[in-house]
Write a protein that binds this ligand. Sequence first.
Ligand code: NAD
Ligand code: SER
Length: 335
Amino acid sequence: MGERVALITGSGGEMGHGVLPRLRDQGFRIVALDLYDLPETLGRYCVETVRGDIRDEGLMGDLVQRFAPDCVYHLAAMLSAHSEADPFMAHQVNVDATCSLLRQCEESARQKGRPVRFLFPSSIAVYGLPDAATKVEAGAVEESDWNHPRGMYGCNKLYIELFGTFLGRRAGKAGEPGVDFRSIRFPGLISAETLPTGGTTDYAPEMIHAAAQGKPYSCFIDEHSRLPFMTMPDAVQALLDLAEAPPESLSTRVYNIRGFSPSPAEIRKRVLTHFPDAQIGFDPVPSRQAIVDSWPADVDDSRARSDWGLSPEHDLAAAIDDYLVPALRKRYDGD
Ligand code: NAD
Ligand code: SER
């Protein structure tokens, strides 16, 4: 078998920064697409970089036909805060464009006579708990619990989970090559390399990056509200592990994962051990707090652990002490 080809959409985003180098290490020929030019540090891993919109069906169809990817990492999306602000645009990007890409991948699989592995980052936003009290009572939710998203972003993600799983099952029943759909419901992600925009979980990385730069930070979420999080290196490792898992080991096509589940107050406390002068306050914004109150305090990741060996390296202490603080000191202080 020759070199495998990976098509990565949203390649210039936070997750793309982690995924591209790792796929290149695995020997993939990488075709990368994003709305914006890819930084040269990432472009050098690619055989082709394309500046374009996933809503451009002609462009996406041409890429799939020309490169016949063995796998697609479909990272491009509008994140939660932006999706709630413009639900029609969110639907076009997160649903319409994704369905179209799935169709193009299915056609390509049939032409080539082998499946196209389709990696889809979903989110804890697919859960919809009615209020903060129920959230506390529910604790760590399983994949099938509370699938009633209250926000547009969660609706978009849940639909693609269902549609992708349907396409994979249909191909299996027909005994035809098709889309081998695999999805992870990511918790909030924290990277030392990049800062997020447009997400609800952005307060955690923003707080830590601000402290490392000596800037004051006002958290837009109540200090006691809990959400699951994970470091970006652990998230990327999980996505690559799921991508390589043998199909027969998968008991589902959609997996919960998590690293730790802190409240903002607990993140602040740990950050202060490294930056004791950091000014971190709390000024909850009701619309953003409502989203957090509907997302689970924690998720049950036992299926990912038993099916494909999920084993994140970082708990909250390790994330801050061993990963974020050393990297951020280097980044902002040149230490
Ligand atoms: P990001 O916003 O940093 O990256 C998304 C990338 O997609 C950006 O580079 C953006 O330019 C690109 N993009 C957006 N719309 C596009 C379009 N129409 N056409 C082409 N490119 C487009 O987000 P990320 O953290 O890298 O997220 C990657 C994936 O993981 C997304 O699907 C997101 O929903 C999911 N996810 C992220 C988190 C998190 O905390 N970061 C958590 C759960 C799920
Ligand atoms: N971190 C993402 C967001 O807040 C969750 O998918 O949008």
